[in-house]
Design a protein around this ligand. Structure first.
Ligand code: NDP
Length: 254
C-alpha cells in the first residue's frame, strides 16, 4: 500500500528532491510552499498534490489538515532557510556585527525581527506542523526534519534555530516512540544546486567550503533525499532521536 508523505517546502531544492524520491517509489506525496506557481509546477512534474501553506502561520497549518491523505506515514519538515538572505541590505546591517551603534531602539527592533524570522522559519515551522499532524501519523511512521551544518558553526539566529531543531527533536522522539514512530534530523552540509549555494556564495567561498570536505565536492539534493528515505524506511525503525550529518565529512565532523 502506498504511504502518505508530507514534504514541507517541497517545490524547490532539497524538498523537491525528497518529494520526487518518494513519488518515484509510488508513495502518495503532498508538497507545500508559500508561492503557488512554483509549487503547482513542481507537483505536476513529480505527480504530487500541491497545497499552499505558510508553516509559520498556525491558521494556515490548521487549514492544511483536510488536504492531507487520510493515512499519514511520513512528515518531512524541510521548509526553512536562512531568512537573513530575505532581509533588505540596510535592515540586515542593523542586525549587528557592523561595528556601528547597534543599541538604538530601531536597531534593536530590526535585530529582534530578523532573529525571530529565523526562529519562526526554521524551528517554529517544524514544531507547529508536527503538532498539527502528529495525531494522524500511522504506527511505523517517521518524522524527519532538515537541520543544517550551521547548527555547529555559530551561524547566528539561523544556526541557533537549527540547533534548537535538533534539541526539540529529542523530546519529539520520546513522545512518539511509544507509538512506533521515529523522529530524526538530517543535517546537510553544503548542497550544490540550491539557491543558497548558487546565489548567496561567491565562487571563492564555494571553493573554500568544498575544500573543507573530506570528499572534495558539495553534496546534492539527491544525497539528502537518500538519507531522508532511509530514515523513513522500515530498515531504520530502531533509529530515533538522532542527527544524521550528510556533509561529505566536512572538517570538524570527520
Ligand atoms: P530552498 O529555498 O530551495 O527551499 C526551501 C523551500 O521551502 C522553498 O520551496 C520555499 O518555498 C519553502 N518555504 C520556506 N519557508 C516556508 C514557509 N514558512 N512555509 C512554507 N514553505 C516555506 O532551500 P533548500 O532546498 O536549500 O533548503 C531546504 C532546507 O534545507 C531548509 O530547511 C534549509 O535550511 C536546509 N539546508 C539547506 C542547505 C543548502 O546548502 N542549501 C544546507 C543545510 C540545510 P516558498 O518560498 O514558496 O514558501
Amino acid at each position: 500500500m502506498a504511504r502518505g508523505i508530507l514534504v514541507t517546502g517541497g517545490a524547490t531544492g532539497i524538498g523537491l528532491a525528497v518529494a520526487r524520491h518518494f513519488a518515484d517509489e509510488g508513495e502518495t506525496v503532498v508538497i507545500t510552499g508559500r508561492r503557488q506557481a512554483p509549487l503547482e509546477a513542481a507537483a505536476k512534474e513529480i505527480g504530487a498534490t500541491a497545497v499552499v501553506c505558510d508553516h509559520t502561520d498556525p491558521q494556515a497549518v490548521a487549514r492544511l489538515l483536510p488536504r492531507l491523505p487520510g493515512r499519514l506515514d511520513v512528515l518531512v519538515n524541510n521548509a526553512g532557510g536562512n531568512t537573513d538572505f530575505d532581509t533588505p541590505a540596510g535592515a540586515a546591517e542593523e542586525t549587528g556585527g557592523d561595528g556601528g551603534d547597534g543599541a538604538t531602539p530601531e536597531a534593536l527592533e530590526a535585530f529582534a525581527r530578523a532573529f525571530r524570522a529565523n526562529l519562526d522559519a526554521n524551528l517554529l515551522s517544524a514544531a507547529l506542523t508536527t503538532k498539527a499532524v502528529e495525531g494522524r501519523l500511522a504506527p511505523g511512521g517517521a518524522v524527519v526534519s532538515i537541520g543544517s551544518i550551521a547548527a555547529d558553526k555559530g551561524s547566528g539566529a539561523y544556526g541557533a534555530a537549527k540547533a534548537g531543531l535538533a534539541s526539540w527533536n529529542l523530546g519529539l522522539a520520546r513522545e512518539l516512540g511509544p507509538r512506533g514512530i521515529t523522529a530524526n534530523v538530517v543535517a546537510p552540509g553544503y548542497i550544490a544546486d540550491t539557491e543558497f549555494f548558487r546565489d548567496h556564495l561567491t565562487a571563492e567561498r564555494r571553493a573554500q567550503l568544498i575544500g573543507s570536505t573530506a570528499v572534495g565536492r558539495a553534496g546534492t539534493p539527491g544525497d539528502i533525499a537518500g538519507a531522508v528515505a532511509f530514515l523513513a524506511s522500515e530498515a531504520a525503525r530502531d533509529i530515533t532521536a538522532q542527527v544524521l550529518n550528510v556533509n561529505g565529512g566536512e572538517r570538524g565532523t570527520r
